[in-house]
Ligand binder design. Structure first.
Ligand SMILES: [Zn+2]
Length: 279
């Protein structure tokens, strides 16, 4: 990154651009996080003058590693911004093109906010969109039911992204580390795991009587994998609340009701097969 900036300064190639990069440490003109000089120049050309005829500036603000974009007219002050509030409508790489497209269409930030709120409402994943499967340790029927899991997929350019939810039944202990078969459930614990590139079948194997000896497999979903829950999210009093909690947290990586794969689109297929299919 540093070399790129020095190159730009040396060649003054981006001296005429109106792109500003604000990070916690430095403010630089003509620089955009993660972009090459030629991409910055191309982007600058893409941004049309404001509806008032004024010159537009693109600003990127960076903090905690996440970019946030504003386009501002120096004449009338019209602004356009795409903030992390719509991460479930766009992946990070889609945010900037969306921002420029809306600016060029003459929209205002308020138009976008209103539109996003309606769009957000329409595409937000709800409990009806999630399918829950029984969680038995090692995927073996002989082991008791310990909770439920749900897999939500999105096809991206670089592979299949999966958000895996697990609701684990916390049963009352009769002794430290000991629960009885009929111990009442005292809490429903929600866990989340993000898998950025799924390989192999897009489901765990069916429940079996005997242990499937598939732990050496390269596939993402192997029998013993149901035992890995990912990160602790929250503890709930009821199963219903835990399911609502999971659905409400799906929005990330542009995962929403429009982009999530329907079960009939991937049932019985591998991630590789789904990737090879036309959109
Ligand atoms: Zn203007």
């Amino acid at each position: 990154m540093r070399e790129e900036i020095e190159y730009m300064i040396m060649h003054e190639e981006t001296a005429e651009t109106e792109i500003y990069y604000h990070s916690l440490g430095e403010d630089i003109r003509g620089y955009l996080s993660g972009k090459k000089v030629k991409d910055i120049l191309a982007l600058d050309q893409e941004i049309k003058p404001c509806t008032c005829g004024g010159r537009a500036e693109l600003h990127e603000y960076e903090g905690m590693g996440d970019g946030d974009y504003d386009i501002i007219c120096k004449e009338c002050g019209r602004t356009m911004s795409r903030s992390p509030y719509d991460v479930d409508l766009h992946t990070w790489d889609e945010v900037l093109p969306a921002c420029i497209r809306d600016w060029n269409a003459g929209k205002s930030a308020d138009d976008i906010k209103a539109m996003n709120e309606a769009e957000h409402e329409r595409v937000t994943i709800t409990t009806d969109d999630l399918t829950w499967k029984e969680l038995h340790p090692n995927n073996m029927l002989g082991n008791s039911l310990e909770g439920y899991y749900s897999l939500v997929f999105r096809k991206r350019e670089d592979g299949i992204y999966c958000c895996k939810w697990t609701i684990f039944f916390q049963k009352e202990e009769i002794a430290p580390m000991g629960t009885a078969e009929d111990s009442p459930i005292e809490a429903y614990i929600l866990f989340m795991e993000r898998i950025f590139k799924v390989t192999g079948p897009m489901a765990y194997p069916e429940l079996t009587k005997e242990s499937l000896r598939d732990w050496d497999s390269e596939d993402t979903f192997v029998s013993c994998g149901v035992n890995s829950y990912g990160d602790f999210i929250r503890s709930y009093k009821t199963l219903e609340e835990a399911k609502i909690g999971a659905a409400a947290r799906c929005g990330w990586q542009g995962l929403n009701r429009d982009t999530m794969l329907k079960e009939e689109e991937y049932r019985g297929k591998t991630a590789e097969e789904v990737m090879a299919e036309e959109q």
